[in-house]
Design a protein around this ligand. Structure first.
Ligand SMILES: NC(=O)C1=CN([C@@H]2O[C@H](COP(=O)(O)OP(=O)(O)OC[C@H]3O[C@@H](n4cnc5c(N)ncnc54)[C@H](O)[C@@H]3O)[C@@H](O)[C@H]2O)C=CC1
Ligand SMILES: O=C(O)C(=O)COP(=O)(O)O
Length: 529
């Protein structure tokens, strides 16, 4: 039974879902904050469900040999070392929409809080001061709202801004003019946004390009009296530069939900007039927390129980409906990869995968990943569909895919061609209606062979007597051949044989086979079927 650790505070709905789906679950919501304890226990788990407090570092991943999936109940995954996870074949998934409305609402709430100084006015009023003249605010109607990053959350903020009768401008390199028009907003360059906005709100991930996107130089371009809201990630705004600008009066106020270091127990922004801070509450509503907990548990259980993948950041999605149709072809792709991987002894330069007929309409990214996993496995035992594309890239293997409408007699087939410095080798297969994979072509030679756990592959000249010699040799040793498949390119040309054996063969016996006059090459192959 798969076992999952929930190491951050998640709605207990998640725990119930794991149990209902037959996944054992330990709910330890404070464990994620204790790095040492996490390192101590993580080795026991197949899945880890987190929010932003647990840091899934390379060290944690190294300490987790069983881990298959990290599920982030939320959006940002900057607390997960995704390359390290991918290298170990661990899927990292998030819940990209469950808390977007809630977070957009928090940004709007902070905008109002800053425009009307609500927290300070509240504190003063409750202290019995009645400082009516101290808290002069600004109207939002008719003001320009500048949105940096107009993805899911930014777009919701945009629509709320439009609803509040604001003029909305957005900077996002990936925002199309059509989408901007649909949202009723204007797409602008960053500097123009800085120059025009009365309120600026950030909604990008934290990347090398977005880090400190608001710093002293950016602030210098802004309108005097601008107000800045950050509900995305600490690190997007240089906190010290913002604090200086608030002190100088250049920036009239800021709403800050996220900090460079979290938990933020100290910050240059603390204690300044009209800075409204919240402790990373963007996603903290009961609705959003129900959404993300439910979704992450379903997604993780789908993967651990059924092999279905959704919202993974390092692996193509495979829906639960798609999984049964795709699974036989995933197996086929892996077997073709494995065939080529076991026969190839020099460095691979190029891999081309051709999808003909029905597989061409499937999720070919998953099939490519499976073929690469099969191909690399003879060299790297722990490689899987998650890590294989990254491993291939790191090894400089160029991977390409071609999709084609049905051209042959088979409903669909997959052909894998592997090129090294010295040669190009191709192998093709299909899946019959029984879901079982078959080899249908090896090195351009047609054949039709079942796939067995133990197989002997031989290449020889098409001369009489090969079958007899092989059969006699096996017979003398008392080894049963379950199936014998033959093919040749033309009479007297190159021939190949695939023998489906009942069990493994010893190396000594293989040497005997290799010594046969008729046999050019003999290789024992094993497949995980
Ligand atoms: N405070 C909180 O509790 C929460 C914070 N977040 C954070 O909000 C942020 C946005 O989330 P979503 O809208 O769901 O993400 P998203 O991926 O839907 O949108 C991000 C947008 O940023 C854009 N972008 C990327 N690089 C950019 C750049 N250099 N300049 C301008 N735009 C750029 C992308 O094109 C994309 O449209 C994330 O960092 C996420 O972690 C999300 C949920 C809760
Ligand atoms: O979903 C996100 O990106 C968030 O920042 C929410 O973080 P949290 O789950 O509240 O720790």
């Amino acid at each position: 039974m798969a076992r999952v650790l929930v190491s951050d505070k998640l709605s207990t709905t998640a725990v119930q879902i794991f149990k209902d789906r037959g996944v054992e679950v330990d709910y330890l919501p404070d464990l994620g904050k204790d790095k040492d304890k996490l390192l101590e226990v993580i080795g026991q788990y197949d899945g880890l469900a987190i929010r932003s407090a647990t840091k899934v570092t390379e060290k944690v991943i190294e300490a987790a040999p069983k881990l298959k999936v990290v599920g982030r109940a939320g959006i940002g995954v900057d607390n997960v070392d995704i390359p390290a996870a991918s290298r170990k074949g661990i899927i990292v998934m998030n819940t990209p929409f469950g808390n977007s409305i809630t977070t957009a609402e928090h940004a709007i709430a902070l905008m109002f809080a800053v425009a009307r100084q609500i927290p300070a006015a509240d504190a003063s009023t409750q202290a019995g001061k009645w400082e009516k003249n101290r808290f002069m605010g600004v109207e939002i109607t008719g003001k320009t709202l500048g949105i940096i990053g107009c993805g899911n959350i930014g777009a919701i903020v945009a629509s709320r801004g439009v609803g509040l009768k604001m003029r909305v401008v957005a900077f996002d390199p990936f925002l199309s003019p059509e989408r901007a028009a649909t949202l009723g907003i204007e797409k602008v360059e960053l500097e123009e946004l800085f120059r025009r906005a009365d309120f600026i709100t950030l909604h990008t991930p934290l990347t090398d390009r977005t880090r400190n996107i608001i710093d002293a130089a950016a602030i210098a371009m802004m309108k005097d009296g601008v107000r800045i809201i950050n509900c995305a990630r600490g690190g997007l705004v240089a906190e010290k530069d913002l604090a200086d600008a608030i002190r100088s009066g250049k920036v009239a106020g800021a709403g800050v939900d996220v900090f460079e270091t979290e938990p933020a127990t100290d910050s240059p922004l603390f204690g300044l007039d009209n800075v409204v801070c919240t402790p990373h509450l963007g996603a903290s509503t009961s609705e959003a927390q129900e959404n993300v907990a439910l979704q992450v548990a379903e997604q993780m259980a789908d993967y651990l129980v059924q092999g279905a993948v959704s919202n993974a950041l390092n692996m193509p999605s495979i829906s639960a409906e798609e999984a049964p149709i795709l699974t036989p072809y995933v197996k086929l792709a892996e077997i073709l990869g494995s065939f080529a991987g076991q026969l190839t002894e020099e460095p691979i330069k190029e891999v081309e995968i051709l999808f003909d007929g029905s597989p061409a309409g499937m999720n070919t990214r998953a099939l490519v990943a499976a073929a690469l996993a099969g191909l690399l496995k003879p060299q790297m035992q722990s490689v899987n569909m998650v890590s294989a594309p990254l491993m291939a890239k790191e090894r400089g293997i160029a991977v390409s895919e071609v999709r084609r409408d049905k051209t042959g007699v088979f409903d669909g087939y997959v052909q894998l061609t592997v090129k090294t410095e010295k040669q190009s080798r191709s192998v093709a297969g299909t899946c019959f209606s029984d879901g079982k994979p078959r080899f249908i072509q090896i090195k351009g030679i047609n054949m039709e062979a079942d796939v067995g756990s133990h197989m002997l592959y031989t290449a020889n000249k098409d001369i009489p007597g090969v079958i007899g010699e092989l059969g006699m040799t096996f017979g003398r040793k008392g080894i049963n051949i379950a199936n014998f498949h033959l093919g040749r390119d033309h009479e007297g040309g190159n021939a190949i044989a695939l023998l489906y054996l009942d069990g493994p063969l010893s190396e000594e016996f293989l040497d005997e086979v290799r010594a046969l006059k008729a046999i050019g090459q003999a290789k024992l192959l094993t497949f995980d079927v």
